[in-house]
Each structure stands twice: as structure tokens, then as C-alpha cells.
Write a new protein. Structure first.
Length: 158
């Protein structure tokens, strides 16, 4: 019963996102939720390199924090060594970004020709509730999944 109530509550958040929205439209909808973004890549292609993923959150003061690799990267078909070098770049954490600063970085990262998936994750007691927003190659929302749940396996604080 409680899980159903929580899923309905998260469904209200999910229903704010509509097909055709841009990154700039979706970004202000981030409140009290963690977002993990990653490229959607066809795994059947040999040597196809997936761009780095990133995480996005809104801080209590309304600014945004981004973690991931934000430097320049080579894209396209890479050798195994080149792909390993790209994936081993140190993670950067950028904090206290305004909405426009965060949007600019995200737009730059997501303008690589891949589809991107943003997973909105909510922690509610013993469950993780989440839904995905898929951005097409044009940077607009292409699809939105239903709300799903899984057990939160984080250790309980002592």
C-alpha cells in the first residue's frame, strides 16, 4: 500500500516531463532527486564509444551540482586503448552552478550525436523509485518510462 502511494507521488513528478521538451525545459523540474545520465549506445557496434555519464542534483540553495568528466574528448570509433584512456579520466565535481551554467555544460555534453537517458531516482524509505527520460539525438525528450521500484540496498547508518 505504501509503495503504491509513493509510486503515485513520483508519477506526479514524472508527468511534468513531456515529449518534445528540451534539456532547458526539463532541468528546472529537478527538485530533491538525483539524476544519472548516460548515453544510449547500440552495443552491437564494434569499437563504438559511449560518452561519459554524469550525475546532476540540485542543492538546497537552488544551484546545481554536476559530477562527471567535462573536458574535451575524442568521439567516434576508438581503439580499445583510446576508449580505456577516455573512460579513465578523473571525475570532476562542479558545484554551485546556476541553471543556465548547468544547462550549457549539459547541452555541450549531450550534443555528441547519441541518444541520452536521464534516470530520475527517488529514495523513499526502503525503496528506490525511478523513471527514465530518453532524449533523442535532437536534444528533445523522445520517451518517458513508467515509474519502477527496487529495494534500496544501501547500508543502514549506525
Amino acid at each position: 500500500m505504501q509503495l503504491r502511494i509513493e509510486k503515485d507521488r513520483i508519477g506526479v513528478e514524472k508527468n511534468q516531463v513531456r515529449r518534445g521538451m528540451t534539456i532547458n525545459d526539463v532541468l528546472p523540474l529537478v527538485h530533491g532527486v538525483g539524476i544519472t545520465a548516460s548515453a544510449v549506445v547500440d552495443i552491437n557496434k564494434v569499437g563504438y564509444y559511449a560518452p561519459d555519464r554524469f550525475e546532476l542534483g540540485q542543492l538546497d540553495d537552488g544551484t546545481f551540482a554536476l559530477s562527471g568528466y567535462w573536458g574535451k574528448r575524442v568521439s567516434g570509433n576508438l581503439t580499445q586503448v583510446q576508449a580505456a584512456e577516455q573512460m579513465n579520466k578523473p571525475e570532476q565535481v562542479l558545484q554551485n552552478l546556476t541553471k543556465s551554467q548547468a544547462a550549457e555544460l549539459i547541452n555541450e555534453k549531450m550534443s555528441d550525436g547519441y541518444e541520452w537517458r536521464w534516470q530520475f531516482t527517488f529514495r523513499t524509505g526502503e525503496y528506490l523509485l525511478y523513471f527514465n527520460v530518453i532524449f533523442g539525438r535532437d536534444g528533445r525528450v523522445k520517451d518517458i518510462t513508467d515509474v519502477s521500484a527496487s529495494k534500496d540496498v544501501r547500508p543502514t547508518p549506525a
